[in-house]
Design a protein around this ligand. Structure first.
Ligand SMILES: [Zn+2]
Length: 415
C-alpha cells in the first residue's frame, strides 16, 4: 500500500494492516484508517466504517497498546467517521476532533435519513436502504485551524472544502507527514456526485496547492496508496489541483460568455493527459458531473430550455412524443434500432419516453431493461453505474423479473 512512483503505480484500496511508515499504522479496508504513535498516546486519523470498527480496533491493538488519545474525522462521511464504536465500547475516551461543519452534517444526516439511505442503496446497488443512525459526535471542533501539542509533537489541523464542506487535513511538520483525507483518493476527484449535496472544486484545488507548498515527505490519502518522497507527493497534489482547474476554467469561461448550462455540459472535457494518470482515473465520479456541480454552485437550476422552466409532466411529454411518432410501438422500435446500432445514449431517451407514455407496455419495459444493461456495461463511473442499474432494476421489477444488487466490492462504497 505504498508507492514512490505514483505515475506508474497500480492503485488499490484493500491491503494488509500494518506499520506503513515510522510510527504510522495503516488499515486499508477500502477506506484508509491511520494511527500515529505520539508521546501521549495514539492519534487516529479516520476510524472508518461502523461495520469495520471491531476489526480496526483489533488490528490497532495488535500493533500498539498505547491509549487512544485523539481521533480526527477528516470529514463526516460514512466511510470515515463511524468506526470509533469498538474503541469507545472498550472504555477508551479519545478527544474527537473535526472541522465545525461536521456537526451540521450529522444533523442533516439525522434529518434526511430515509433520503440518504435510498441514495446509498441506489448509488452502490445495495439490497436495502442503508445509512447509519448513530453518531459519535466530535468533542472538539475548529473553524479554520487548530494546533495540538502531543508531548513534543505538534499536530496541525487545517480546514478545507472539497468533496464536503467539513473537510480537514492533518500535518505533522517534524515528521513531514501529511494526512489528506479525501482530498486525495487515487481517483479523479469525487466532486460531482449527481445525488449528493454541493461540492467545492475551486476550494479543493486551493487546499491541494496549499498542501503542495508544505514539501511533505509522506502523503497518507483517504483511500489508496500511501505516497513517499517529496517530488512524488508534490506531483500528485499539484496535478490533482490542475485536473480540477482545467474543468473549472472551462466552465467559468463559458458561463461568462453566456452559454447555457446544457451547452457547457456538453462542451467541457477534462485534460486528456492528466486523465490518464493512475491517480486521476474516472472510475468513481465522472468529470461531467463536476461540470454540473459547478453550474449548480455558480448558477441556478434552470437548464437554458424555456419549456423546462415550468414543464408539462414527463408522462404528458412522453405521450406527445408517442403521438408524433405514430404510437408507442414506433418509439420502442426506434429505441431498439438505436440500441442495435450502438447508440445507447439516444436509445435511453426512447426507452424513457416509451415507458413513461405506456408504463404497462411490456415491450417498453424490455427496451428500458436492455438499454440500461448496455449503458451499465459501457460506463466506468460507479456513480453512473448505480443509477443505470437502478433504472434497469425498475424495468425488471415492472416485468416481474429478478432484480440485481451488486456492490463492486473491489471498490467498496464511499460517499
Ligand atoms: Zn472517503
Amino acid at each position: 500500500m505504498l508507492t514512490r512512483d505514483p505515475l506508474h503505480a497500480a492503485p488499490r484500496v484493500w491491503g494488509e494492516p500494518g506499520e506503513i511508515a515510522p510510527d504510522v499504522f495503516l488499515q486499508p479496508a477500502f477506506v484508509n484508517s491511520y494511527a500515529l504513535r505520539t508521546p501521549v498516546g495514539l492519534l487516529m486519523v479516520d476510524p472508518g466504517f461502523g461495520h469495520a470498527s471491531q476489526s480496526l480496533q483489533q488490528a490497532v491493538r495488535q500493533w500498539s497498546d498505547a491509549p487512544l488519545h485523539t481521533a480526527v474525522y477528516t470529514h463526516g462521511h460514512v466511510d470515515h467517521a463511524f468506526g470509533l464504536r469498538a474503541f469507545l465500547a472498550a472504555g477508551e475516551r479519545p478527544q474527537i476532533i473535526a472541522q465545525e461543519n461536521c456537526l451540521a452534517r450529522f444533523q442533516r444526516y439525522a434529518l434526511t435519513h430515509g433520503w440518504n439511505a435510498r441514495i446509498n442503496q441506489r448509488q452502490f446497488s445495495l439490497p436495502h436502504p442503508t445509512f447509519p443512525h448513530h453518531f459519535d459526535w466530535p468533542t472538539l471542533t475548529f473553524r479554520d485551524a487548530l494546533t495540538q501539542r502531543m508531548g513534543d509533537l505538534e499536530v496541525h489541523y487545517r480546514a478545507a472544502k472539497g468533496e464536503t464542506d467539513d473537510a480537514c487535513w492533518v500535518w505533522v511538520p517534524t515528521r513531514r507527514y501529511l494526512f489528506t483525507g479525501d482530498l486525495i483518493i487515487w481517483q479523479a476527484p469525487n466532486c460531482g456526485n449527481p445525488q449528493k449535496v454541493q461540492r467545492y472544486p475551486a476550494e479543493w484545488a486551493e487546499a491541494l496547492d496549499r498542501m503542495a507548498g508544505l514539501d511533505a515527505e509522506w502523503l497518507f490519502p483517504g483511500h489508496g496508496l500511501v505516497i513517499a518522497g517529496r517530488d512524488a507527493v508534490r506531483t500528485v497534489l499539484v496535478e490533482t489541483a490542475r485536473y480540477l482547474r482545467v474543468i473549472i476554467d472551462q466552465v467559468l469561461e463559458r458561463m461568462n460568455a453566456g452559454q447555457t448550462p446544457d451547452e457547457i455540459f456538453h462542451a467541457v472535457e477534462p485534460d486528456p493527459e492528466l486523465a490518464t494518470r493512475p491517480y486521476l482515473q474516472a472510475n468513481y465520479d465522472h468529470p461531467k458531473f463536476i461540470v454540473r456541480n459547478l453550474l449548480r454552485l455558480w448558477g441556478g437550476w434552470w437548464n437554458g430550455n424555456a419549456a423546462e422552466l415550468l414543464p408539462a409532466a414527463p408522462a404528458a411529454q412522453a405521450q406527445e412524443i408517442a403521438t408524433l411518432a405514430g404510437g408507442v410501438a414506433n418509439v420502442i422500435a426506434r429505441g431498439r434500432a438505436l440500441l442495435d446500432q450502438g447508440q445507447s445514449q439516444l436509445a435511453a431517451h426512447c426507452a424513457e419516453w416509451a415507458t413513461r407514455a405506456a408504463p404497462d407496455d411490456r415491450e417498453a419495459q424490455r427496451l428500458k431493461r436492455d438499454v440500461y444493461q448496455r449503458r451499465l456495461a459501457e460506463e466506468r463511473s460507479l456513480m453512473a453505474q448505480g443509477i443505470y442499474r437502478a433504472a434497469m432494476n425498475d424495468a425488471r421489477a415492472a416485468l416481474d423479473e429478478a432484480t440485481e444488487s451488486s456492490v463492486r466490492l473491489g471498490m467498496g462504497w464511499k460517499e
